[in-house]
Design a protein around this ligand. Structure first.
Ligand code: IPD
Ligand code: CA
Ligand code: CA
Length: 268
C-alpha cells in the first residue's frame, strides 16, 4: 500500500472510532444547523480534527480542504491536497440510520491519487490508488457488468437544501425511474460512489455536491473500471458539483437520458 494511502486509512479508522462511539448515544448529540437542512455535530468536528492531526503529522506540507474547517492557510497552492469529509451522511447519522462514511482523497495538482471511503458501521474500508486498482478490505473490486439500463439499480441524491434545479432533477428522475430496475437514495454520496465501484449499484448521479463528497469515491470508480464525469460527460465534476458514474456502458446510457433535460445553467 502506498505510504500516503496507509496514512489516510489510519486517519479514517481514527475518525471511525469517534463516530462509532458517538453512534451509541445519538440522543445526546449537539446538533447545529449550518443552513437549511445542513447539519453539523460535534462528532463531525471531532472526526475532522482527528483526521487532520494524523495527516498533518505525517505530511506537514500537504494542503487540506476539509468540509468543516475549509481550506487551511496557503493550502490552495500546495502540490498535494487532502480532500476530507469527516462524516458524509450526517443527516442519516443524526437519525440513527446506519449509512454514512468517512471520505479522504489525496489529489496531486487536481488529479486524484489516493482514496479512502470508510463505512465504520459495516467495517468496510474502500481504498484505491491511481493506477493500482480499487479494493474493499484488501479485496479487489470492480464495477458491475450489467449493460442494459432496464436491469440496473441506480443511486442518486434527492435535492434537499438547494432547489434551483429541482424541476430538471425530477424530470430526469421520472425518466430514469421508468427506464431502470430501480432507484436508491442511500444518503451518503461518497459511499454511493464506493457502492458503484464494488458493483452493488450500477450507476449514480447527483447534482450540487461538494468536492469532499466526490473526491475519493470518483477514484474508487475509475480504478474499479468505471467512468465518472459531469453532466456533459467531461471531467469537471469537482468544479460543477454534478456527477454521473457507472460502468462505461451504463455511464453513457445515463448521459443519453440526462443531457437532453439540461438547462443552459446545468450545461455550463
Ligand atoms: C451529504 C451526503 C448526501 C448528499 C448531500 C451531501 P453531508 O453530505 O453526501 O448524500 O445528497 O448533497 O451534502 O452533508 O452529510 O456530509
Ligand atoms: Ca458530504
Ligand atoms: Ca460531512
Amino acid at each position: 500500500m502506498h505510504p500516503t494511502l496507509n496514512i489516510a486509512v489510519k486517519a479514517a479508522r481514527r475518525a471511525g472510532q469517534i463516530i462509532n462511539r458517538a453512534s451509541l448515544d445519538i440522543d445526546s448529540l449537539n446538533v447545529g444547523v449550518k443552513q437549511q437542512s445542513d447539519y453539523v455535530t460535534e462528532v463531525d468536528r471531532a472526526a475532522e480534527a482527528a483526521i487532520i492531526a494524523v495527516l498533518r503529522e505525517a505530511y506537514p506540507t500537504y494542503g487540506i480542504l476539509a468540509e468543516e474547517s475549509g481550506l487551511a492557510g496557503t493550502d490552495a497552492a500546495a502540490e498535494f491536497q487532502w480532500i476530507i469529509d469527516p462524516l458524509d451522511g450526517t443527516t442519516n447519522f443524526i437519525h440513527g440510520v446506519p449509512q454514512y462514511a468517512i471520505s479522504i482523497g489525496l489529489a496531486k495538482q487536481g488529479v486524484m491519487q489516493q482514496a479512502v471511503v470508510y463505512d465504520a458501521n459495516r467495517n468496510e474500508i474502500f481504498t484505491a490508488s491511481k493506477g493500482g486498482g480499487a479494493f474493499v478490505n484488501g479485496k479487489r473490486i470492480r464495477v458491475a457488468k450489467r449493460t442494459r439500463l432496464d436491469e440496473t439499480l441506480i443511486g442518486t441524491g434527492f435535492p434537499y437544501r438547494m432547489f434551483d434545479h429541482i424541476d430538471t432533477y425530477l424530470a430526469i428522475f421520472r425518466e430514469l425511474a421508468q427506464k431502470t430496475a430501480g432507484m436508491r437514495r442511500p444518503g451518503a454520496a461518497s459511499l454511493d460512489l464506493a457502492w458503484v465501484a464494488c458493483g452493488r449499484m450500477d450507476g449514480f448521479w447527483e447534482l450540487g455536491l461538494s468536492p469532499w463528497d466526490m473526491a475519493a469515491g470518483s477514484l474508487l470508480i475509475t480504478e474499479a473500471g468505471g467512468l465518472v464525469g459531469d453532466l456533459s460527460g467531461e471531467s469537471n465534476f469537482i468544479q460543477t458539483g454534478n456527477i454521473i458514474g457507472g460502468n462505461p456502458k451504463i455511464f453513457s446510457q445515463l448521459l443519453q437520458v440526462i443531457t437532453p433535460h439540461l438547462t443552459p445553467a446545468l450545461r455550463a
